[in-house]
Design a protein around this ligand. Structure first.
Ligand SMILES: C[S@@+](CC[C@H](N)C(=O)[O-])C[C@H]1O[C@@H](n2cnc3c(N)ncnc32)[C@H](O)[C@@H]1O
Length: 246
């Protein structure tokens, strides 16, 4: 169900689309260069015998960097995102991508569509797949993400995986109580000015695990990429498969 936080969250990705695109493409998000970009690409590559020709769904693809990285490894990637300006930026950076080309049938390495998670949940024909991998990179920001994850699981081919990278809860807990709840991202550390702040839902490790369970997903592997110098966790990376598939 959409609440006031989620309405503002969705709007922030329209308002911040240009700033976000610049931040990603100019390397202004330090944790990405320090390891989270490499970690999600490595986790995708490790989840399959080969990425070559593998159908991949990038959910909450933003400006499309991960789709481009996976396509460079041979994957056929469909990226979906609610933010029309971010999808436009993704298409513009992938000249062979078009709204018409069918990423699942091999005519294009990359395709991007405007679609909300709510549409993925409600409409099985949207980004129907099946996909060998569904990947969500820092893209689960709402309170109840279980329906979105279930919708991802339903789009998997047999043996497929859903891979989530997210904020490591222990890295941002600060001095406050360790409890799930809404927080506000100001983007102040991003070295690029952002016009809007963004509400996002902080989730404890136990609540991440419970949410996977509610979504019908089982944890196959948990990675904690570390900063190469400080050895502090950069992110939490969850490799999952539908419960009952082995
Ligand atoms: C932090 S950005 C990450 C983008 C991209 N995955 C990356 O690694 O750069 C979060 C993305 O999730 C998308 N998003 C958040 N909630 C969404 C929803 N309910 N439906 C579709 N996209 C959503 C936003 O539009 C935004 O592009």
């Amino acid at each position: 169900m959409t609440n006031a936080h989620e309405t503002r969250l969705a709007r922030s990705w329209e308002d911040n689309a240009d700033a976000w695109t610049a931040a990603v493409r100019e390397g202004a998000i330090a944790s990405r260069g320090a390891g989270t970009d490499a970690a999600i690409v490595a986790a995708c590559a490790a989840a399959l015998p080969s990425l070559d020709d593998a159908p991949v769904l990038d959910v909450g693809c933003g400006e499309g960097w991960l789709a481009r990285a996976l396509a460079a490894h041979g994957a056929r990637v469909l990226g979906v995102d609610a933010s029309a300006p971010l999808v436009a930026a993704a298409r513009a950076a992938a000249p062979e991508a078009s709204a018409e080309a069918d990423g699942a049938s091999g005519r294009s390495r990359m395709r991007f569509e405007v679609a909300t998670y709510e549409t993925l949940v409600a409409d099985p024909t949207c980004a129907a797949g099946p996909f060998a991998l569904v990947v969500l990179n820092f893209a689960l920001l709402a309170e109840d993400a279980a329906p979105t994850l279930s919708a991802c699981a339903r789009r998997l081919a047999p043996g497929g995986r859903v891979i989530v990278q997210t904020v490591h809860p222990w890295a941002v807990v600060g001095d406050g109580p360790y409890a799930s709840g809404w927080r506000e991202e100001t983007f102040a550390t991003f070295a690029v000015p952002f016009p809007a702040t963004m509400p996002w839902f902080f989730r404890t490790l136990a609540d991440w695990h419970a949410m996977l369970d509610a979504a019908g997903l089982r944890l196959v592997r948990l990675h904690e990429p570390l900063h190469p110098e400080t050895r502090r966790p950069l992110s939490l990376l969850l490799v999952t498969e539908p419960i009952g598939t082995r």
